[in-house]
Design a protein around this ligand. Structure first.
Ligand code: FAD
Length: 622
């Protein structure tokens, strides 16, 4: 049986392809490329599901899905979808299919967007690892060029140190973003094609970036300052002096200046934003356009696949050029296998550099007395374990992810949510209860919201996607997750009961906003109960469901090498130094002691600034 045949059959069935339009026929090919970027288990899972559905069709009808008439395919799929236990499986398979379908539909049916003249990106001193010598030295190496790594590199370089940034991904330019389809960029900019999943009930999709600029290249550009109550907790409960409101406030100010943070103007926000504002206003709820690092944003709604106009000031356009101007250099395609550690020194073990693998498998070594670990909260713990530095019992634990659920509302008039700012409005009414709602859309098929149904029902949803407005809500979670593994990252996340309840409240609250704005129906994102036609019905429906039935995603992993005063509970000390070894600084999302309760990039950058300033002043005194 050819591997493509069952996939093509499943796609034809899911999209009710009756041959009347050309784009569904192109979806299997596109899906093949999507799967090609995903990790082998995810790929195998989708193919196995397709093969199982195909085999089921043979048992029921004597023919394979692809050979069936459209109505017969529909019957086979409807029979599977009627079994509640299979709904989550079908839903999981739909995610990559929708990615491919959204792209093909857009290419074939939407007018091509006007060409954008991409500005020249500011210069970076990037050298591919293939061209970097096998042995070299630096005053500091920074592993990872994302939010935290970029700021640490700039701070240390400005302090006069010879800094090398080592980044596994490659450099992508704004001009490239303008030339390629969103889906082509998606597969390349995200680690494992965006298919990172934390296992648990429910499983949570947890995508992270891999590129010069890290996850900031693909983030939505929302800029929240760390809330005061979070800083107070970090100072009082975790003994973090750096969380003092005044000094941390200065770090946040500095980061905001660099990223040119400002409130997005109303005229570019788009209808998705205006719908959220209207609904909140009618409820008397607190809501406003979000502050963002994208002055000059044209509302192309593609932040999560690399901004094609260069408006979003992700760190490869803002912080890293400053770092390079101060002398830092970036080695790309440089996977840090492990830190080099001198174990038998009189003062205790000390990091002395890193061992790096090039894409062709060859290795290079960089000697350096300071190693800044900024591989992101999901990848710093495995790196430390690979280096023999994973001994602290809390390393890899304490993972908070700020889990998110999405809801959509159908309106009489077109909303065309993918024209405008991708993440545009914040509804803060329930923030004191740990629920932050943001109007968030995405290129078709690429948002976190999964359209309900299969076959003709799904096709109707896809064809009517213009009239949907979408909201997402994140909840401040307990650190219920864990990063396992050394060679590869493995994730476990067990949603706490309290957080499950918060998520259900969040879904209901999003429904209220949409109904208040005039939605005719609300799509819950829950396969077992996909629609409600009134707020009362939504409330009633949700009462019978649990958060385990939600389709969850998360974008903000933190806390896995947390800073803190207590050596028993915090793997790193209050100035970011990894305990048990000298010369290792933690400067990424893993450093945060708990969920920051808002989109975290400013908090991560301000923390990286604080710890790297402290390290630079120690180095200058030495
Ligand atoms: C879709 C999406 C939307 C988001 N939107 C927002 C938003 O609007 N606002 C906000 O505040 N936050 C947002 N975030 C989150 C925010 O971007 C991240 O929290 C932040 O970038 C994390 O910073 P970091 O330094 O911890 O890691 P990253 O920025 O993830 O950087 C880590 C880097 O390390 C590299 N690396 C890993 N391992 C190695 C290794 N062994 N060797 C070499 N390099 C390695 C990776 O390739 C990566 O480039 C979003 C995230 C996602 C996924």
């Amino acid at each position: 049986m050819s591997g493509q045949e069952p996939l093509a059959g499943l796609v034809a069935a899911l999209l009710a392809d009756d041959g009347s339009k050309t784009w569904p026929g192109a979806v299997p090919g596109r899906l093949g490329s999507v799967l090609g970027t995903m990790p082998a288990p995810a790929r195998a899972g989708v193919r196995a599901a397709a093969a199982a559905v195909d085999a089921y069709a043979v048992v029921r009808t004597g023919r394979r899905l692809r050979g069936l008439a459209p109505h017969a395919r529909e019957t086979v799929l409807a029979s599977l979808a009627s079994r509640r236990s299979l709904l989550p499986v079908l839903d999981a398979v739909k995610v990559p299919v929708m990615l491919a379908a959204g792209t093909e539909r857009m290419i074939h049916e939407e007018p091509a967007p006007p060409p954008v003249s991409a500005p020249q990106d500011p210069p970076l001193d990037c050298v591919p690892s293939a061209e970097w010598p096998d042995r070299s030295t630096a005053d500091a190496v920074v592993v990872g060029s994302g939010a935290g790594g970029a700021v640490a590199a700039r701070t240390l370089a400005r302090a006069g140190m010879r800094v090398l940034v080592l980044e596994e991904g490659r450099r992508h330019t704004t001009a490239e973003f303008g030339r390629r389809t969103p889906l082509d960029r998606f597969g390349e900019l995200y680690r494992d094609g965006g298919g990172t999943v934390a296992l648990g009930n429910p499983p949570v999709v947890l995508p992270v970036g891999r590129a010069v600029g890290g996850t900031t290249v693909v983030n939505s550009g929302t800029c929240y300052r760390t809330p005061d109550h979070v800083l107070t907790r970090w100072r009082d409960e975790f003994g973090l002096g750096l969380a003092d409101a005044d000094s941390f406030g200065e770090c946040l100010d500095e980061v905001e200046r660099t990223l040119q943070v400002a409130t997005a103007p109303l005229d570019v926000l788009g209808r998705n934003a205006r719908t959220a504002l209207l609904g909140a206003e009618r409820l008397g709820w607190q809501a406003a356009p979000l502050r963002r690092n994208a002055t000059g944003c044209k509302g192309s709604c593609q932040c999560v696949v690399g901004c094609p106009t260069g408006a979003k000031q992700s760190v490869q356009l803002s912080v890293l050029p400053d770092a390079c101007a101060a002398g830092a250099r970036i080695v790309t395609g440089a996977y840090v296998q492990r830190l080099l550690v001198e174990k038998d020194r009189p003062g205790g073990p000390r990091a002395c550099g890193v061992l790096v693998r090039r894409p062709d498998g060859s290795e290079l070594e960089i000697l350096s007395p300071l190693v800044v670990v900024a591989a992101g909260a999901l990848h710093s713990p495995p790196l430390l374990r690979r280096s023999g530095l994973g001994g602290h019992p809390r390393l890899g634990r304490n993972l908070a992810i700020h889990p998110a659920a999405s809801v959509a509302g159908r309106f009489q008039e077109p909303v065309t949510a993918w024209r405008g700012v991708l993440q545009s409005v914040g509804v803060e009414e329930l923030h004191s209860d740990g629920i932050l709602i943001e109007a968030t859309a995405g290129p078709p098929g690429m948002g976190s919201f999964v359209l309900p149904g299969v076959g003709r029902a799904l096709r109707r949803e896809l064809d009517g996607a213009e009239s949907l407005a979408t909201l997402g809500a994140m909840i401040a979670d307990l650190p219920s997750g864990r990063v396992l593994g050394a060679r590869r990252t493995l994730l476990r996340y067990d949603l706490a009961r309290r957080d499950g309840e918060r998520l259900m409240r969040a879904v209901e609250a999003m429904g209220r906003i949409l109904f208040a704005a005039g939605a005719q129906e609300v799509l819950t994102g829950i396969p077992a109960a996909p629609k409600a036609y009134s707020q009362d019905e939504l409330r009633e429906t949700l009462r019978g469901l649990s958060a385990g039935q939600l389709h969850l995603s998360a974008f903000h992993p933190t806390g896995t090498v947390a800073l803190g005063a207590d050596p028993q509970t915090a793997p790193a000390d209050t100035e970011g130094r990894l305990r048990g070894v000298q010369g290792v600084l933690i400067a990424d999302g893993s450093a945060l002691p708990s969920c920051p309760e808002v989109n975290p990039q400013l908090t991560i950058m301000a923390t990286a600034l604080a710890v790297s300033e402290a390290a630079a002043s120690v180095a200058q005194r030495a």
